[in-house]
Design a protein around this ligand. Structure first.
Ligand SMILES: *[C@@H]1O[C@H](CO)[C@@H](O)[C@H](O)[C@H]1NC(C)=O
Ligand SMILES: *[C@@H]1O[C@H](CO)[C@@H](O)[C@H](O)[C@H]1NC(C)=O
Length: 413
């Protein structure tokens, strides 16, 4: 009984990741074959399941998913000392950058609340158990569902294709709804998010801070949201091409910081490396140095590696050749370079571990467990908590692969 629940959860996580990867690699047609999760961790406790709430009236504000349906969120109320504290976690799941792949997406849970699960497990940073989530377990915890395809930041439409690109309006309608649910009295708040949601938590960080009372303590956490404007294995810029399409199709430039747009083109301002210096609210970057999503979809997507010479390495880091590892070390060096200025002020936080991972705050095994990843002897949950509550300055950067034996590396079949 217990085991079958664990299996279900692993399958769910596998499907999540496969979607995330295939959803973006496939710019319309060719998708990577489904990958299966083969890490042997098990989840020790039955996760709490939390119901979906649709945001009634959001449509009258133009805040709708790609297919015009209402956006939604999952909320579990805080209790005791956490009753006036709010964690908002933005869901991830790639982007859509063409009419064609946005039309595909609008018939999935990433583009329509018709297909969203009615209940989802709250694990890791969303867990309601102190032994799984020591600092945030009794806060009001919210997962905001992602159904716009542009990191909650677009604002346009394509009538002919029946597509609404209303990420920014969804973000605002959700904030308004949560304010009326009690967030207007928040004493403490943390905006987090993973992957495309981790990028959104950077993009919306200062806005979030400005919506909350002056007296409240507000910070932001980006998990696996530090997408680099990197050169891929064919010498091109696969992710820049993709981001360029997202920004243009969904008119994201309307919602990018003016301070960045005055210096760079809109697509560049969608890349965190050019954005984080414009964020004034305290921000924490949690990212694997060998982010497997970026390896698979930005560095060596099928379009950049038509012969598939990276396939073995992409599915299991243990199978990378020494020249491939060298390429990945350059990627890590670029990431460290790009966070150098960001890292200087004491209010910012960093946890860059040398693992082959993606989204380490949502999964219990990577957030806080007996064998979860460590840097400077701290699990991720403790590093984030120490930073949020100003117990310590946290700027944790790992030594290069393969020195870290606390990783939970993802392996795909
Ligand atoms: C969640 O939804 C289920 C039906 O899907 C319902 O039985 C249950 O009471 C709901 N839980 C809460 C806390 O509203
Ligand atoms: C990949 O690595 C695993 C583990 O080291 C090994 O068992 C497997 O044979 C390797 N596969 C290839 C194609 O090299």
């Amino acid at each position: 009984m217990k085991l079958s629940m664990r299996m279900k959860l692993l399958i769910l996580l596998a499907a999540e990741f496969a979607f995330l990867v295939s959803g973006i690699i496939s710019s319309g047609s060719e998708t990577q074959t489904l990958m299966s999760f083969s890490e042997n961790d098990v989840v020790s406790l039955q996760p709490q399941m939390v119901n979906l709430t649709l945001i009634q009236g959001a449509d009258s504000k133009g805040a709708v998913c790609l297919d015009g349906t209402l956006p939604g969120y999952h909320l579990d109320r805080g209790f005791e000392s956490g009753a006036n504290s709010w964690l908002i976690h933005l869901e991830g799941g790639g982007w859509c950058n063409t009419i064609r792949n946005c039309v595909y997406r609008k018939n999935t849970r990433r583009g329509s609340s018709k297909y969203m699960e009615n209940q989802i497990p709250f694990t890791g940073i969303l867990s309601n158990k102190a032994e799984e989530n020591p600092d945030f377990f009794n806060w009001n915890r919210v997962k905001l569902r992602y159904c716009d395809g542009a990191s909650f930041s677009g604002d346009s439409e394509n009538e002919a294709a029946g597509l609404q690109f209303r990420g920014q309006k969804i973000w605002l309608a959700a904030m308004e709804e949560l304010m009326s649910q009690g967030m207007q009295n928040a004493e403490q708040a943390l905006l987090s998010g993973c992957s495309a949601g981790g990028l959104a938590s950077i993009l919306h960080c200062d806005e979030f801070q400005s919506l909350l009372p002056q007296s409240s303590k507000v910070k932001c956490l980006s998990d696996a949201g530090f997408f680099l404007d990197a050169i891929d294995v064919s010498g091109g810029r696969s992710l820049r091409n993709l981001f360029g399409g997202v920004v243009q199709l969904q008119e994201v430039q309307k919602n990018l910081p003016k301070s960045c747009l005055s210096q760079r083109d809109p697509t560049s301002c969608f890349f965190p490396q050019n954005m984080v210096e414009h964020v004034e609210t305290p921000l924490f970057l949690l990212n694997a140095a060998y982010d497997v999503w970026q390896v698979q979809a930005s560095l060596a997507p099928p379009t950049a590696d038509p012969l598939g010479s990276w396939n073995d390495c992409k599915s299991n880091h243990a199978n990378c050749s020494s020249s491939q590892i060298e390429f990945l070390q350059d990627f890590r060096n670029q990431m460290l370079d790009d966070v150098k200025d960001f890292s200087r002020p004491s209010q910012t936080g960093l946890f860059i571990n040398s693992c082959f991972a993606h989204c380490q705050s949502e999964r219990q095994e990577t957030w806080f467990a007996d064998d979860s990843p460590l840097l400077e002897d701290k699990p991720i949950a403790v590093a984030v908590g120490d930073w949020y509550f100003d117990r310590e300055v946290v700027k944790a950067i790992d030594c290069p692969y393969p020195c870290d034996n606390s990783c939970h590396n993802l392996v795909f079949k």
